[in-house]
Design a protein around this ligand. Structure first.
Ligand code: XBP
Ligand code: MG
Length: 237
């Protein structure tokens, strides 16, 4: 008996490989539209993913590569405009079907629903992005099964801080011990562990080689085993 009552999924890198061909492309389009000479190639973006949050990532990059711009009083407003434009572009990419779920994710969600598990999301990404991804890739009933969605700025401190997981646990009204987090990255794993959660890691395109110490289980993908098998191997009983 595994003892879990809920699964709390991370989004980017876990539900779908959204970063290289989704968020990164959208950031670059927003920079170009704003006339900024910034272009994040795949390798640079992989390094920038150490900073959670799109707005925080832009500010981190500007502080190092455009310090005069970053010091301007109107820079925070510029970051907000850039991020708004990026999010609109990302949502269009997702709505056009450019970002499919990772293999096995839809089946796992169906198995969890059939098993009576509650489903939630804990992500640094903006809520609009989550909604667009679920709408584009899941039947309405499956998308609606995520009864608690903790996303983006609902908490000030983003992953690896545990805040977003604590926010979700509070709204699930479940103890951490009853929930299994599903993550792709070291930042996400640390956030889940910090909130007292057990965590299943599915290695993502950008997280290979990261430190997953403390994970209950690390797999190459969620299509490798049934939900029952994964829960048994992550058992908290
Ligand atoms: C990944 C992130 C997000 C996305 C970009 O979130 O750190 O910032 O890269 O989305 P997670 P936003 O792995 O927790 O799902 O631009 O909306 O932040
Ligand atoms: Mg992630």
């Amino acid at each position: 008996m595994h003892g879990y009552q809920a699964l709390i999924f991370d989004v980017d890198g876990t539900l779908a490989e959204t970063e290289r061909d989704g968020h990164r492309v959208a950031f670059n389009a927003a920079f170009a539209d704003a006339g900024l000479p910034w272009h994040w190639d795949a390798a640079t973006y992989g390094e920038l993913l150490a900073v959670s949050g799109g707005k925080e990532r832009i500010a981190h990059f500007a502080a190092r590569h455009a310090p005069d711009l970053a010091r301007r009083a109107d820079f925070p407003a510029l970051v907000g405009r850039l991020h708004w434009a990026k999010t609109a572009c990302y949502m269009n990419l997702v709505a056009a079907g450019a970002i499919p779920l990772r293999p096995g994710v839809a089946r796992l969600i169906d198995e969890a629903r059939a098993a009576g598990l509650r489903l939630a999301i804990a992500t640094t990404s903006s809520p609009e992005n989550v909604d667009a991804l679920l709408r584009a890739n899941l039947r309405a009933a499956a998308g609606a099964a995520f009864t608690v969605i903790g996303a983006g700025d609902v908490v000030a401190a983003k992953k690896p801080a545990p805040d977003i997981y604590r926010w979700v646990l509070d709204r699930l009204a479940l103890p951490a011990a009853a929930c299994l987090a599903v993550e792709d990255s070291e930042n996400g794993l640390r956030a889940a562990l910090g909130a007292g959660l057990s965590c299943l890691v599915t290695v993502g395109e950008y997280s290979r080689g990261q430190d997953f110490a403390g994970a209950r289980l690390v797999v190459e993908g969620l299509d490798q085993a049934s939900l029952a098998d994964l829960l048994a191997r992550c058992g908290n009983g």
